[in-house]
Design a protein around this ligand. Structure first.
Ligand code: GDP
Ligand code: IMO
Ligand code: MG
Length: 423
């Protein structure tokens, strides 16, 4: 049995939703292991567009189990909204499972996320404002509230009282903001708890039982390698581990369960939010990629910053995730560009740096060293056979494979489920 991780190799929005949906056809379970509704995964099936934030992309197949592992942070309001949105479109939730140990995003997490960004001013992270960082902070500070706590009213109240003892002081004294009341939050959360409770279970047990029965599990990453709290461009990162290592801690399966790790890689590069971006195109080519690739955030609507493909980043992603292959997406967006650039290293002062630097804060900039490749004019969105691609597109793909040392087994040429080439 082949259990796979689908992980973002860059700064998120690589097309993980599309690739997961495409591959999920052969899976029995699709599992989210980290992040929350900061994610926005687009899946297009027969011209119908779904934007998923918390629920795994596998939900669109009625017979697959969709699981939210304990590493996910769940905003009950956002979760219920997403569930109802899917039900309204005729999607069944009968196979949805939510971990009892996932942490819960509370109203004060969203407030602190916004207040902290405001306090930081020019040095803000550019978060999605969904309360993700403050929720993970409470988890590690051991004052978080978990899904199982919501199911017992006495326990929920006791934990919330304790949490507010702390958070109200913070809100009032540090941020000069309004404080919150236990009763109001309980009243607000009650209908969400009722909606969520039938889906809550021990998902680690569920996954391990499924594995014993030789069922096939796909782990759907959120965010991307460079947003990882440990291996990303810290501090401009999210507060979890989107990298492959996050699967074990985020779902309660052991590393021996995993067979393949697919790194979803956009054929160029985007980033939403603040932080370093050596190959960023702050010119008409950046705008060209943004327009043609519809590079606007699914969760916040913000325009994504665009730039050329960065090989040191991909080599870093291959290494820290143990990638076995990449799925190269959005190569169709490059059609029509006369000369495509690929960053193969950085110039840092007099030095040529070939590996992505773990510490980017430096007075001396990391300037991209580019290779230039001729582009192609042909529309490739209908191509399904690798040999039918224009020679220059093949050359670009094969050069990437050579530089990163692993194959691109899936090449995505459009947003639709069927728009891909498999090799
Ligand atoms: P995710 O967060 O990694 O799931 O990616 P997003 O859904 O945030 O962003 C990817 C965007 O690119 C979505 O609008 C997808 O529909 C779209 N997309 C995915 N693959 C392709 C592709 O190969 N070509 C084109 N043109 N669009 C794609
Ligand atoms: P998907 O799964 C792109 C970014 C935010 C910000 C940083 C921290 O769709 O690829 P947070 O709200 O997590 O504290 O914000 O992380 N970010 C993403 N960028 N795609 C995502 O998810 C992201 N999730 C978080 O823009 O820079
Ligand atoms: Mg996204």
């Amino acid at each position: 049995m082949s259990n796979k991780i689908v992980v973002g190799a860059q700064w998120g929005d690589e097309g993980k939703g599309k690739i997961t949906d495409m591959l999920a056809e052969t899976a029995d379970l699709v599992v989210r292991y980290g992040g929350g509704n900061n994610a926005g995964h687009t899946v297009i099936v027969d011209d119908e567009k779904f934007e998923l934030h918390l629920i795994p992309s596998g939900i669109l197949y009625e017979d697959k189990k969709s699981v939210l592992g304990g590493g996910v942070v769940i905003d009950p309001e956002a979760m219920v909204e997403e569930m109802e949105g899917l039900e309204d479109r005729g999607i069944s939730l009968a196979n949805l499972y939510i971990s009892e140990t996932a942490h819960v995003i509370m109203p004060y997490h969203r407030m602190i996320d916004a207040l902290e960004e405001k306090r930081k001013g020019d040095s803000k992270i550019g978060t999605t404002g969904k309360g993700i960082g403050p929720c993970y902070t409470d988890k590690t500070a051991r004052r978080g509230i978990r899904i199982a706590d919501l199911l017992d009213e006495g326990r929920f109240r006791a934990k919330l009282e304790k949490a507010l003892d702390y958070h109200n002081v913070l809100l009032e004294k540090v941020y000069d903001a309004k404080t919150l009341k236990v009763e109001e939050i309980i009243k607000q959360y009650q209908p969400y708890i009722e909606k969520l409770s039938p889906y809550v279970t021990n998902t680690s047990l569920l996954l391990n039982e499924a594995h014993k029965q030789n069922q096939k599990i796909f782990f759907e990453g959120a965010q991307g390698t460079l947003l990882d709290i440990d291996y990303g461009t810290y501090p401009f990162v999210t507060s979890s581990n989107p990298t492959a290592g996050g699967v074990c801690t985020g779902t309660g399966v052991g590393p021996t369960t995993i067979d393949d790790v697919i790194g979803v890689t956009k054929a160029y590069l985007t980033r939403v939010g603040a932080g370093p971006f050596p190959t960023e195109l702050d010119n008409e080519w950046g705008e060209y990629l943004r327009d043609k690739g519809h590079e606007f955030g699914v969760t916040t609507g913000r325009p994504r910053r665009c730039g050329w493909l960065d090989i040191p980043i991909l080599k870093h992603a291959v290494r820290v995730n143990g990638l076995t292959e990449i799925a190269l997406t959005k190569i169709d967006v490059l059609t029509g560009i006369e000369e495509i650039k690929v960053c193969t290293a950085y110039k840092h002062g007099e030095e040529i740096v070939e590996e992505f630097p773990p510490y980017l804060e430096s007075e001396i900039p990391y300037e991209p060293v580019y290779e230039k490749w001729p582009g192609w004019e042909e529309d490739i969105t209908g191509v399904r056979d690798y040999d039918q691609l224009p020679e220059n597109a093949k050359r670009y793909i094969e050069r990437i494979e050579e530089l990163i040392g692993i194959p691109a087994r899936i090449i995505s040429v459009g947003p639709g489920r069927k728009q891909a080439i498999r090799r």
